[in-house]
Design a protein around this ligand. Structure first.
Ligand code: UD1
Length: 440
C-alpha cells in the first residue's frame, strides 16, 4: 500500500494557534466527502478489477481505511487526489482489531467481505467519544440474508453456509435508518442471490454516492435516496472510475466560518440539496446566501438566535451540531439546540464555556445565550466535529485560542489551516510549547 501520511502530522504534540477577530474574504475549496470515500473504498472488496476513485481527500481516516484494505490483501495507490484500488488478491477475511478500533467505518467492510469471500471476522468497533454506536442493525441484516453470525470475545464472525458461499436476497426492515447499516447491506446485497429490499433505509447523500459507484460497477440498485432500496444481486461486479461527491460537512463548516466572522466567502463545490436544513438555518439566522450553480456565496452581518434539532437526512446533520453551536454562541438572543442522534455529543459545551459562551446544558439540549464576543483560550477538541467547533470559535474570538486534539481534526478536514489562511485567517500549527502568534 502506498498511501502517504498527512504531512502536517509531523510536529511533536501539535496544537493549532488562532489569532481571532479577523474577517475573511475570498473562496474556500471543498474536498471530496470523507464519509463517502471511506465506504467507496470498502466497496473495492466486491471486485477483482481495479476501481479508480477521484476527489479523495488526504485524511488520516482515508489512510487508515487503506491500511485495512491492505491487511485483507488489497492494494491501494494514491496518485494526487485519485486512489487506485485493487481487490484482486483479497486473501484474508479477518480484520485487525487495531484498525477497526481506530476507524469505526472500517467495520463496514464486513458486508463486502462476506459477499466476496463467504466469511468475515471483524472486531466490534465499540463506542467512541460521541456515543455507544451499536452495529446490531448491520448484523441483523446480514443474518436476514442467510449469514450465520456469532459474536464472541469482541469479534463478529460471519459465515455464509452452503457450497456456493453466496448470500441470499431478503427483506430487511431497519429499526433506525442507520447510514452504516444501509451501506453495509447494499454492498452485501450487490453480489447476493436474488432480490434484497432494505426498508427504512438511510437517505443520506453518501448512500446515494455508494449506489452510484456500485451501479457503475454493474450492480442493479434502485431507490437509493428513498426509504426503500431494492438490490438485485449479480454474479460479478467489474471495475469503475468514479468521482466522490463534495464533503457537505466540510462545506457547512466553511459557511459557518464566514458566518461566525461576519464575513463574505464563496464555498465551492457545494450541492445545496445536500445541505438543505443547514442552509435554511443559516438564512433564518440572518445570513444571505446565493447559489451560483457550483458554489455558494455567503454574506453574514448580524446573527440572530435560531433553534435546531439534529435528525437523520434531510434533517439537520449531527455532524454540524457542534460547529453551529459555536456560531449561535455569538448570536443575538437565546437559541436551543437538541442532539437526537448521539447520546454524548455535547462535550464541546464545556470548552465553549471556557471561551466565554453562555450555555446551559440539560441532558442533550443546550440553551445558548449569545454573547457579543468570545474570548480566546486554550481548548480541547474532544472529537472531529467538536474540534472544528473550537476552530470556528477561535476564528471569531478576541485574542489567541489554542486548540488541542488535532488528531481528530486531521481525520476529517484536509489542509484546514492552509485553506483558512488563504481567506485571511491567522492560524498555524505549532508544538505545544512554542506559541508564536500575537493577538490581532
Ligand atoms: C455515519 C457517519 C457519521 C454521522 C452518522 C449520522 C460515516 C463513516 N459516519 O455514522 O459521521 O455522524 O452517520 O449521520 O459515514 N444505530 C443503532 N443501531 C445500529 C446502528 C446505528 O441504534 O445498529 C443508531 C446510532 O446509535 C445512532 C443512529 O443510529 O443513534 C445513527 O447512526 P448511524 O447512521 O449508524 O451512524 P454511522 O453510520 O456510524
Amino acid at each position: 500500500m502506498t498511501l502517504t501520511a498527512v504531512p502536517s502530522q509531523t510536529l511533536l504534540n501539535p496544537i493549532l494557534e488562532i489569532a481571532g477577530g479577523r474577517s475573511l474574504r475570498g473562496e474556500l475549496g471543498v474536498s471530496g466527502a470523507k464519509n463517502s470515500a471511506l465506504v467507496l473504498m470498502a466497496a473495492c472488496l466486491l471486485t477483482r478489477d481495479q476501481i479508480r476513485l477521484r476527489n479523495v481527500p488526504p485524511l488520516t481516516d482515508i489512510t487508515a481505511m487503506g491500511e485495512m484494505l491492505a491487511s485483507l490483501g488489497g492494494r491501494v495507490v494514491r496518485k494526487g487526489d485519485c486512489l487506485e484500488l485493487d481487490g484482486d488478491h483479497i486473501n484474508n477475511s479477518t480484520a485487525p482489531y487495531e484498525l477497526v478500533n481506530s476507524l469505526r467505518a472500517s467495520f463496514f467492510c464486513i458486508g463486502p467481505l462476506l459477499a466476496r469471500t463467504g466469511m468475515a471476522k471483524v472486531p466490534m468497533p465499540g463506542g467512541c467519544q460521541i456515543g455507544s454506536r451499536p452495529v446490531v442493525e448491520h448484523v441483523r441484516g446480514l443474518k436476514a440474508m442467510g449469514a450465520q453470525v456469532t459474536i464472541e470475545h469482541g469479534v463478529v464472525q460471519a459465515v455464509v453456509p452452503g457450497r456456493s458461499h453466496r448470500l441470499k436476497g431478503g427483506r430487511i426492515h431497519l429499526d433506525c435508518p442507520s447510514v452504516g447499516a444501509t451501506e453495509t447491506l447494499m454492498m452485501a446485497a450487490a453480489l447476493a442471490d436474488g432480490e434484497t429490499v432494505i426498508e427504512n433505509a438511510a437517505l443520506e447523500p453518501e448512500v446515494v454516492d455508494l449506489a452510484g459507484l456500485l451501479i457503475a460497477m454493474g450492480a442493479r440498485i434502485r431507490g437509493a435516496g428513498t426509504p426503500t432500496i431494492t438490490v438485485v444481486g449479480v454474479d460479478r461486479l467489474h471495475g469503475a472510475d468514479y468521482t466522490v461527491i463534495p464533503d457537505r460537512i466540510e462545506a457547512g463548516t466553511f459557511l459557518l466560518a464566514a458566518a461566525i466572522t461576519r464575513s463574505e466567502l464563496r464555498v465551492a463545490p457545494l450541492i445545496p440539496e445536500h445541505l438543505g436544513a443547514v442552509l435554511t438555518k443559516l438564512e433564518e439566522a440572518g445570513c444571505r446566501l446565493e447559489h451560483d450553480g457550483i458554489g455558494t456565496i455567503i454574506e453574514a452581518r448580524d446573527i440572530q438566535a435560531v433553534d435546531l434539532r439534529t435528525q437523520p437526512f434531510p434533517g439537520f446533520p449531527t455532524d454540524l451540531q457542534a460547529p453551529f453551536m459555536s456560531l449561535l454562541a455569538t448570536a443575538q438572543g437565546t437559541s436551543v439546540i437538541t442532539e437526537n442522534i448521539f447520546e454524548n455529543r455535547m462535550q464541546h459545551v464545556a470548552e465553549l464555556q471556557r471561551m466565554g459562551a453562555a450555555i446551559r446544558l440539560q441532558g442533550n439540549t443546550a440553551f445558548i445565550e449569545g454573547v457579543s464576543r468570545l474570548s480566546g483560550a486554550p481548548v480541547q477538541g474532544t472529537d472531529l466535529r467538536a474540534s472544528a467547533a473550537m476552530v470556528l470559535a477561535g476564528l471569531a474570538a478576541e485574542g489567541i485560542t489554542t486548540v488541542r486534539g488535532l488528531e481528530y481534526l486531521d481525520r476529517g478536514y484536509a489542509n484546514l489551516e492552509a485553506k483558512l489562511a488563504s481567506v485571511g485567517a491567522r492560524l498555524q500549527r505549532v508544538s505545544a510549547n512554542s506559541q508564536l502568534l500575537q493577538a490581532a
